[in-house]
Design a protein around this ligand. Structure first.
Ligand SMILES: Nc1ncnc2c1ncn2[C@@H]1O[C@H](COP(=O)(O)OP(=O)(O)OP(=O)(O)O)[C@@H](O)[C@H]1O
Ligand SMILES: [Zn+2]
Length: 533
């Protein structure tokens, strides 16, 4: 057993459980791609990973959407879920659990949790009067509405006036406890700007929120009062707990919480920050459960400055993108192009330009021309050297030796675009090094040892870059490793962990050089600019 398998480090992370009011779009895909990168990165390091995604299927918006289509709500949900699953498949997302809030065991978990909160005296009946955004499934303060009476995000939909009896959750009781918790755990809400948003919301004073709806069938009944349906958000957040049940487990909180709780990381968009950073920890406090370690609220993919979303309908179709470009291309673009946490726009011309520059030219061509030179100058045999035989002033050795640590720091801090920058600084240095040291001239001058040292340093740098990029572009990394003569598939986590330990693979120059290199084949074909550019 190698050191990776011997470790019992665990990491559990979630994407939001996406609302099935419509098929997924590139925004839903964005969070899921990031989660997949983190999960893969942790697996490379030998962690046991529990990666949860899924769907949130109850509530008014789903009931209305299904009605409009002439379908029973469950039928509608089943249809939409298929498209989520198929998108994750196309994007090469390796999740461990797909949690659906209409799954049978979920109702038992919700019931048990509700009872715990009830027993704490944290639930009471009162009148709810105010504006409701059906798309957010949330009551809004009057001051939060636009001039047209919509919420800030769903500008095409007027908020509805509600005056009804609801059960309320005593959020106000947790004001002080939450303040203490945020102070003790400054890392709980990331990035800093989101944490500040939450702190200023807290300062305004927390109001109790309603956790039931009347005149709505599509949801779980309140256990003590079946005229009420449990509010979709109360139910949805608990989907993270239900997801932790093993398939044969009896659906109890105890079983669900026994192995993976608390969750290490909830990845979300900033639209649902309040639910995850305020409501959720307060609900867990009430139920007497440990709190998650971190909530990261990233920015929006926007179109003309507005958040892309299912309700606004201004989305980019990921299926269309994936029919035209590979999963690795789509993953790389969004991870490299957008500073995680900030908003970002999608532009297809820029998409093509970045992929051509980084993956086709800088990385792909580099491997191709270096392998070509090995064919010509080394009779096809990879130069077998060791780092110790390489001059300490070799620019690739200088960058390569500290690279893994720098990338590790970036990835641990969820600075994905910086991690890409670090890796590509080595790739770009390789191209410069070849141009400047001109191995073709050295070969003519019969300086074989120098030629081999150059080619070795470049191939070793490409190998290291491919390893570090493997959570982002697993298929390309696999192709690179295979051309370097290794039998590996970065989608086969067990195989990778068994034969390629993180410690060995992240060292520049540890690799003795593989004499059995494949024939060079382009790993990434240059993309045509989009026709309407
Ligand atoms: N434009 C976007 N940019 C980044 N992430 C997004 C975007 N839209 C949705 N997401 C991701 O999906 C989550 C919201 O899921 P939801 O199912 O409510 O999708 P939605 O398209 O935002 O729906 P709606 O438009 O109805 O509000 C966000 O928290 C985020 O993780
Ligand atoms: Zn809204």
């Amino acid at each position: 057993m190698n050191e990776n398998q011997a470790s019992n480090k665990k990491f559990a992370l979630t994407t939001p459980l996406y609302y099935v009011n419509d098929v997924p779009h590139i925004g839903s895909a964005y969070t899921t791609m990031i989660a997949d990168v983190i999960a893969r990165w942790k697996r490379l390091q030998g962690y046991s990973v529990m990666f949860i995604t899924g769907t949130d299927e109850h509530g008014q918006k789903i009931q209305r959407t299904a009605e409009a289509k002439g379908l029973a709500p469950q039928e509608h949900c089943d249809q939409i879920v298929t498209s989520f699953e198929s998108l994750w498949d196309k994007l090469n997302i390796h999740y461990d659990r797909f949690s659906r809030t209409t799954a049978k065991p979920h109702q038992s978990i919700v019931k048990e949790f509700f009872q715990r909160v009830w027993d704490q005296g944290d639930i009471y009946l009162d009148q709810q009067i105010g504006w409701y955004c059906v798309a957010c499934e949330e009551f809004k303060e009057e001051r939060e509405l636009t001039e047209n009476g919509s919420c800030q995000i769903h500008t095409n939909l007027k908020a509805e006036w509600r005056d009804e009896e609801n059960y309320f959750f005593r959020l106000s009781k947790y004001q002080q406890k939450l303040a203490e918790f945020y102070a003790e755990k400054p890392e709980f809400i990331r990035p800093e700007s989101r944490r500040n948003e939450v702190l200023s919301f807290l300062k305004q004073g927390l109001q109790d929120f309603s956790i039931s709806r009347v005149n709505l069938d599509w949801g779980f009944p309140v256990p003590s009062d079946p005229n009420h349906t449990i509010y979709v958000w109360f139910d949805a957040l608990l989907g993270y707990i239900t997801a932790l049940l093993d398939p044969n487990d009896e659906p109890t909180l105890k079983n669900a919480l026994s192995r993976w709780w608390p969750i290490n990381l909830h990845l979300i968009g900033k639209d649902i920050l309040r639910f995850h950073a305020i409501y959720w920890p307060a609900m867990l406090m009430s139920a007497g459960l440990p709190l998650p370690e971190q909530v990261f609220g990233h920015g929006f993919l926007t179109k003309d400055g507005l958040k892309m979303g299912k309700s606004l309908g201004n989305t980019l179709d990921p299926f269309d993108l994936l029919n035209r470009y590979s999963a690795d291309a789509v993953r790389y673009y969004f991870i490299k192009e957008i500073e995680f946490g900030k908003d970002g726009d999608f532009n297809e011309t820029r998409f093509v330009n970045i992929l051509n520059a980084d993956l086709a030219n800088d990385l792909g061509n580099l491997l191709n021309r270096t392998l070509g030179m090995v064919q010509k100058y080394c009779k096809g045999k990879g130069p077998a050297l060791k780092a110790t035989e390489i001059d300490n002033n070799n620019p690739l050795k200088i960058i390569g030796e500290g690279l893994s640590e720098r990338v590790r720091e970036c990835l641990e801090a969820l600075k994905f675009n910086q991690a890409c920058e670090e890796i590509f600084s080595l790739i770009r240095a390789c191209n410069k090094f070849i141009d400047e040291s001109a191995p073709w001239s050295l070969y003519k001058e019969k300086k074989q040892a120098e030629v081999e040292e150059i080619l070795y340093a470049v191939l070793e740098s490409v190998r290291l870059a491919a390893y570090l990029l493997s959570p982002i572009i697993p298929n390309l990394s696999t192709r690179i490793y295979q051309q370097l003569g290794f039998s590996v598939d970065f989608n086969d986590f067990e195989l990778v962990n068994r034969n390629f330990s993180f410690k060995d693979q992240t060292k520049w120059g540890n690799f003795p050089g593989n004499p059995n290199l494949s024939k060079p084949e382009p790993i990434f074909t240059k993309l045509e600019p989009p026709s309407d550019a």
